[in-house]
Every structure is written in structure tokens, then in C-alpha cells.
Design a protein around this ligand. Structure first.
Ligand code: ZN
Ligand code: FE
Length: 258
């Protein structure tokens, strides 16, 4: 059985750990910091057998040098970004096989947040980095709004039961924005209540599922009449396509009080 568990680092990052029963080698996704990862592994008698990187931001790669020094794992990451320590460059459409985990993952192009951002999909799981968040999405720093919309659309088209492993705990703030966009969305209101309860108990609100995001995340709902109407009323003009609705929402959220 595959077990996936988070190591929280910094104030709101999650480093995802992939562990297979009977193996002492885990795969680590986006180790922004090495210390907490090494401590969690030592506690369980585990070692790093592979590292996966979604994009070059410091809070996702900062722990790489130390993990490489200690464990010498193969490190997969986007070929379109310059990341010291990545020795297995990859791009959307590639498929990788993780040593010791009996796990194959498809690489998905998730450009938008950064110029080369990738995701990893397999075994009913998607490791989405800073592209999709629970109730929201990453900021568009290096790519275009069109690229980010395309990346989120690729994730939206995964089987609805796919678990989405996001790299940050941003859910509550995201859902507050979502409810400004869709005050009449009942599933969203229910989700806010559930997330408030979870956060009050310091529990993670990720992973999510694609189905839950399709029901409550405005950035995956740009084709819905309610979301389009909200974007149009915020922009004060008509917005004809879902891609443009996405761009308007993303810009709106950039200026939203956190
Ligand atoms: Zn990032
Ligand atoms: Fe990040």
C-alpha cells in the first residue's frame, strides 16, 4: 500500500512524502526545507530514495542540497527551469518510475505560476505544487494567464476522485475569496464550515479531490454562469470566454485582502 503524508515546513508549506509498505525508501516532493524532513524520516527509520520537484521557487527546493548530501537520491524536476541538484530533467508527457516505490507517475505540464512548472500524476494522486490550491490557485508569476488556465483545465479533466496534493495550506483564505465570487454556492458554504473546524484543530485541509475543487473552487469553475457573472460585474464589462473569466478572477484575487 502507498502511504502519502505531509511534513509541514515554514509557515504554510507541505512537503509530501510517498511511502510504500515494506520499503524504507520514500519519495519526497518539493523539499523546501531539509531539517523537518530529515527529522520525520529519522523518527520512522526511513531514507530518501527519490525527490520530485514541481518548480524552482525557494520554498520548494531549499532543502535539496542537504538531502542530496545525505541520501544521494535521483532528483526529477522541470527541464525548463534551472534548479541546482535536478539530475533527471523532465517535461509534460514524460513518465517516470520511482525506485523502490513500485510507482509510475505521468508528468503534466503546469506552466503559469512559473515558466516550467510541472505536476506528477499517478495511482489516483496528483502532486500539483503551486498550480492548484484547495479552493484557489497559484499566482501567475512567470507564465501567461492562458497557460495557467490551460494547466488548471488539465487538472480539472483528471478523474474526479483524483486526490490533489497541494503544496500550501491556503485553503481558508482561498475559500473566503471564493465565497465573494459565489455567495450562493451551497457546497462552498459547507466547505468553509468544514475547513474552519479543521483549522481550529490545526489539521491540514489538503489533500483535496478534483471533484471537491470542481464544486467549490472558482478557478476551476470559469465556465459556470455564476462565476462569469461575478467576474463581469467586478470588471464592469462582458467577458466572453472561460479563459478570460479566469484572467479576471486571478487579477481580482491578486488585489484581495489576504
Ligand atoms: Zn511557488
Ligand atoms: Fe510555494
Amino acid at each position: 500500500m502507498l502511504k502519502i503524508w505531509p511534513v509541514p515546513v515554514f509557515s504554510d508549506n507541505y512537503v509530501w512524502m510517498l511511502e510504500r509498505d515494506g520499503s524504507d525508501r520514500v519519495a519526497v516532493v518539493d523539499p523546501g526545507d531539509a531539517g523537518p524532513v530529515i527529522a520525520a524520516l529519522a523518527e520512522r527509520g526511513l531514507e530518501v530514495g527519490a525527490v520530485l520537484i514541481t518548480h524552482h521557487h525557494r520554498d520548494h527546493v531549499g532543502g535539496l542540497p542537504e538531502l542530496i548530501r545525505r541520501f544521494h537520491p535521483p532528483v526529477w524536476g522541470p527541464s525548463a527551469e534551472s534548479i541546482q541538484g535536478v539530475d533527471r530533467p523532465l517535461a509534460g508527457g514524460d513518465r517516470i518510475s520511482l525506485p523502490g516505490l513500485d510507482l509510475e507517475l505521468d508528468v503534466v505540464d503546469l506552466r503559469g505560476h512559473t515558466a516550467g512548472h510541472v505536476g506528477f500524476v499517478g495511482a489516483g494522486c496528483a502532486f500539483v505544487g503551486d498550480t492548484l490550491f484547495a479552493g484557489g490557485c497559484g499566482r501567475v508569476f512567470e507564465g501567461t494567464m492562458e497557460q495557467m488556465h490551460g494547466s488548471l483545465t488539465r487538472l480539472a479533466e483528471l478523474p474526479p476522485e483524483t486526490m490533489a496534493y497541494c503544496a500550501h495550506e491556503y485553503t481558508l483564505a482561498n475559500l473566503r475569496f471564493a465565497s465573494a465570487v459565489e455567495p450562493g454556492n451551497g457546497a462552498l458554504a459547507d466547505r468553509i464550515a468544514a475547513v474552519e473546524t479543521a483549522r481550529a484543530a490545526s489539521q491540514p485541509t489538503v489533500p483535496s479531490t478534483i471533484a471537491y475543487e470542481l464544486a467549490t473552487n472558482p478557478f476551476l469553475r470559469c465556465g459556470e454562469a455564476s462565476v462569469r457573472a461575478a467576474a463581469e460585474s467586478h470588471a464592469g464589462r462582458s467577458i466572453p470566454t472561460p479563459a478570460e473569466v479566469f484572467a479576471e478572477l486571478r487579477t481580482w484575487k491578486d488585489g484581495w485582502p489576504a
